[in-house]
Design a protein around this ligand. Structure first.
Ligand SMILES: Cc1cc2nc3c(=O)[nH]c(=O)nc-3n(C[C@H](O)[C@H](O)[C@H](O)COP(=O)(O)OP(=O)(O)OC[C@H]3O[C@@H](n4cnc5c(N)ncnc54)[C@H](O)[C@@H]3O)c2cc1C
Ligand code: SF4
Length: 328
């Protein structure tokens, strides 16, 4: 690891001022479960001059109800999300998504803000410098993406432009289904953006002087929720594909639904055509199968990841069916 200045920030204001001062040459450290690996393996062409520890900022690690909203501080550790009675009652898909992340040790220190902002897991991107030199792919300012003609089994099957890495965050998938909003603080002020709009083709929308301070989830009314994740290994593994589904059924008819696919693109993907198709219908097996096909209608798999299509369709189908259990 190269040397850097380490600064303990004590407030959001101090953090964003420091970020502005370092003009992109500082990194925020929350739990450090992602950042420290990135630094130790020297996978990036530029090393930060400063690492700003934000874990000591007070008031950013609470989960509380606020009228029609649930407010989750960006420094809330994943273990608190798994154990929160508020989350369990109002948004079980968020609890389930957090429960599937990594191991208990990692969930004890990894934060929700860090989970949303974690770097891509593409194995070319993560190739450690000590194993023969970092791979300067398109995402690192290079000219090509080695995954296109290479080992692309875990890469995007939808919406990719030049970089085919997928969003690795499980919580982002559940939060997109929940229509949650991310609160971002920067030197120009505070802004709120839907999780759905947070990710870009090469990262996220954060400016150099911005940090995530809170996640706001509208309290869902009368919905059944299901989060499913397919992994190669059972414990401690990122999703090959995941899905989150929220559905409202009245007298056997689907009146509202949100279906989100994870690990298929640079961002969680709403299955809008499937959602529209399901609204107003009784959820027979034929209808659900058709919806699952529509959910993947825009997919364009690479040479080695067509298998993700069938997994995704099956997860969507199972999630919708599971969400209908126990409804009238
Ligand atoms: C073995 C292993 C398995 C894993 N499995 C999964 C999995 O199955 N599913 C999954 O979703 N994740 C998985 N992860 C990723 C894990 O969830 C993240 O490492 C963790 O959530 C990051 O949180 P952190 O607080 O440690 O972030 P850090 O490592 O401190 O930060 C990560 C990145 O986010 C930035 N950042 C942190 N907080 C903020 C903030 N408030 N505002 C702006 N930027 C911020 C940092 O600058 C850094 O770039 C796994 C990680 C490991 C090591
Ligand atoms: S998919 Fe993206 S991160 Fe991975 S090698 Fe290609 S450009 Fe780099």
């Amino acid at each position: 690891m190269q040397s850097f200045v380490h600064i303990n920030a004590h407030s959001v204001d101090e953090t964003i001022r420091l970020l502005a001062k370092y003009e992109g040459k500082a990194k925020l450290n929350a739990g450090g479960t992602d950042l420290l690996g990135v630094l130790k393996d020297r996978i990036l062409p530029d090393y930060p001059e400063a690492v700003i520890n934000i874990k000591m900022i007070p008031g950013l690690n609470t989960i509380e109800e606020d009228g029609d909203w649930i407010r989750i501080g960006a420094l809330s550790p994943l273990v608190d999300i798994v154990k929160s009675p508020i989350i369990e009652k109002k948004c079980p898909i968020l609890m389930e998504a957090a429960r599937t992340v990594a191991s208990p040790q990692i969930r004890n220190i990894a934060t929700i803000g860090g989970n949303l902002c974690q770097d891509t897991r593409c194995w070319y991107y993560r190739y450690p410098d000590e194993l023969g030199g970092i791979i300067k792919c398109f995402r690192k300012g290079g000219r090509t993406c080695p995954a296109v003609a290479g080992e692309n089994q875990y890469h995007a099957i939808m919406g990719a432009k030049k970089c085919f890495a997928v969003c690795p965050s499980d919580l982002a998938v559940a939060l997109t289904a929940l229509d949650a909003t991310i609160t971002i603080a920067g030197t120009k002020g505070t802004r709120n953006i839907p999780v759905e709009d947070f990710y870009t083709h090469l990262g996220n929308v954060l400016e150099l002087d911005e940090m995530v301070t809170m996640i706001r989830v509208p309290k869902p009314a009368n919905t059944k929720q299901t989060f499913l994740k397919f992994t190669i290994r059972k414990p401690i593994d990122f999703a090959v594909v995941s899905t989150a589904c929220m559905i409202t059924i009245v007298k056997g008819i689907c009146t509202d639904v949100r279906i989100v696919l994870g690990a298929v693109a640079h961002t969680p993907v709403r299955a809008l055509m499937a959602e529209e198709f399901l609204k107003g219908k009784e959820l027979s097996e034929g209808v659900v199968t058709e919806a699952a096909t529509l959910a993947l209608a825009g997919a364009k798999p690479l040479s080695k990841n067509e298998y993700k299509l069938e997994i995704a369709k099956t997860l969507v189908k199972r999630a919708i069916m599971a969400s209908t259990l126990g409804t009238e």
